[in-house]
Design a protein around this ligand. Structure first.
Ligand SMILES: [Mg+2]
Length: 233
């Protein structure tokens, strides 16, 4: 696709599954959760119930690991008809703590890309999730110094982006967002007149999946982050 990034001055990066691995830890924990409850339901049913619970609770808890843990506990109670043992509840809490303590694994070429872009563009991070957890991951990632600004949003919809760009005094025409979620990192930006690049990760949370007629939207899709260097500069 023909793209023109000549006006771009600020580049926003999504963090989870764009700069570092995230979704994989959720998939692994869902597996462990299902085996903890295998005495009560089939794996399929457990997966479905947990997902439904997460979506139901999203408005109250927001995105991130802590809300996910609470949804696992509530699902365990529901799936077991309140019969789940205190020990199992303890094991669920431990699964969540383990997730919060995972090392930060950078995706390929992240440092190279940031290094190449840092002098010519203002780089910022736009993520959603738990504030404390995202700050911890950024710190552990060793990437903080590349970014002028880090924003943890409660959601990534058109309004969230518009308000943030206004607050940071960034003109939409100057802004390019790069991320793995079509729904959260790409389409809202196109809709407000900014530009966006989609870099899919190998696994996507069901809630982030969206079907679009790709031809209706003008955005670039690349297979790995470093491909962006061909288009910028
Ligand atoms: Mg992401």
């Amino acid at each position: 696709m023909e793209v023109d990034y000549s006006t771009i001055k600020v580049i926003g990066f999504d963090a989870d599954d764009t700069l570092w691995v995230n979704e994989t830890y959720f998939r692994d924990t869902e597996e462990r959760f299902a085996s903890l409850l295998e005495g009560y339901e089939t794996k399929n049913k457990i997966d479905q119930e947990l997902f439904k619970m997460e979506i139901k609770n999203l408005e109250l808890y927001g995105y991130g690991i802590k809300g996910f843990v609470l949804s696992m506990v509530e699902s365990a109670l529901e799936l077991s008809n309140n019969q789940v043992s205190q020990q199992t509840i303890g094991e669920i809490l431990d699964l969540g703590k383990k997730m919060l303590l995972e090392p930060v694994e950078l995706l390929d070429d992240v440092k190279t890309v940031l290094e190449q872009l840092k002098d010519d563009y203002r780089l910022i991070v736009l993520t959603k999730g738990d504030l404390l957890d995202q700050e911890r991951k950024l710190e552990k990632s060793g990437l903080s110094a590349y970014f002028h600004h880090v924003e943890v949003l409660s959601d990534k919809k058109e309004d969230n982006y518009s308000q943030l760009l206004e607050h940071l005094q960034i003109d939409v025409k100057d802004f390019l967002m790069i991320g793995n979620s079509l729904k959260s990192d790409v389409l809202p930006l196109i809709n407000i007149g900014a530009q966006a690049v989609h870099v899919p990760f190998h696994t996507t949370w069901q809630h982030e999946e969206v079907k679009v007629e790709e031809n209706n939207y003008r955005y670039l899709k690349i297979s790995k982050l470093s491909d962006i260097l061909e288009y910028l500069k």
